[in-house]
Design a protein around this ligand. Structure first.
Ligand code: HQG
Length: 186
């Protein structure tokens, strides 16, 4: 399944799933439970009804190969959810954990004045997303233009009482990064 047609198809499936498992379940008539899960059979039926049929095999392929492990099945493979990135209200049940001393955030120049004033805000997601390494942060920023990587004093934030969680795919989540904990270019 590694030719470019199947890669293209897998990306389309991944984008479709991201949209409906994170942001717009209503559009295809599925209901996520409080932790973001939906039964796989309900999801596949809903996709077919909505004119975007996905086979169970395709779903398994996308979950297994998604470059960022965006989705997960539950232990018995009956339900599926997005690992992070929701705008709909879900409680993922992630433990509060101690972050590393520094984390990184990739953004672009145009957002710097607002970030300098307000710090990092979740915007339309639940949490601010932080990366454990500069290369990942650079890629996140590069989705929008020339990437600028900010360093976050996560250790100092933690000592100050800010809470951090880590998603199943290694993204660090926190509700707000005040400007004092950010290193911005001059
Ligand atoms: C910016 C993708 C103005 C922030 C990625 C970012 C990631 C502010 C944008 C994941 C601001 C929000 C998340 C402020 C932050 N004023 N702009 N005060 N605070 N911003 O997409 O971090 O492909 O919600 O810098 O790879 O870019 O979806 O967050 O540019 O892991 O799986 O507001 O999404 O993963 O954008 O990306 P986003 P993000 P997936």
């Amino acid at each position: 399944m590694a030719n470019s047609t199947s890669t293209h198809r897998a990306e389309r499936v991944s984008r479709y799933l991201s949209r409906h498992l994170r942001h717009a379940p209503d559009d295809i008539g599925i209901i996520l439970d409080t932790a973001g899960w939906v039964p796989v059979t309900e999801l596949l039926d809903a996709c077919a009804r909505s004119g975007f049929p996905i086979t169970r095999a395709e779903l398994e392929h996308v979950v297994a190969t998604s470059d960022k492990q965006r989705f997960a099945f539950d232990d018995i493979g009956q339900r599926i959810r997005a690992n992070q990135g929701h705008s709909v209200r879900v409680e993922l049940g992630l433990d509060v954990v101690t972050p590393p001393d520094v984390l990184f955030h990739g953004t672009i120049e145009a957002f710097l004045p607002a970030i300098r004033e307000q710090g990092l805000r979740p915007m339309r997601r639940h949490d601010v997303h932080l990366s454990p390494d500069t290369e990942t942060a650079r890629r996140v920023g590069a989705r929008r233009g020339r990437s600028i990587v900010l360093t976050v004093d996560a250790g100092a934030m933690h000592r100050d009482g800010h809470r951090f969680r880590r998603s199943a795919n290694g993204v660090w989540l926190t509700s707000h990064v005040p400007p004092d904990f950010l290193h911005l270019p001059e």
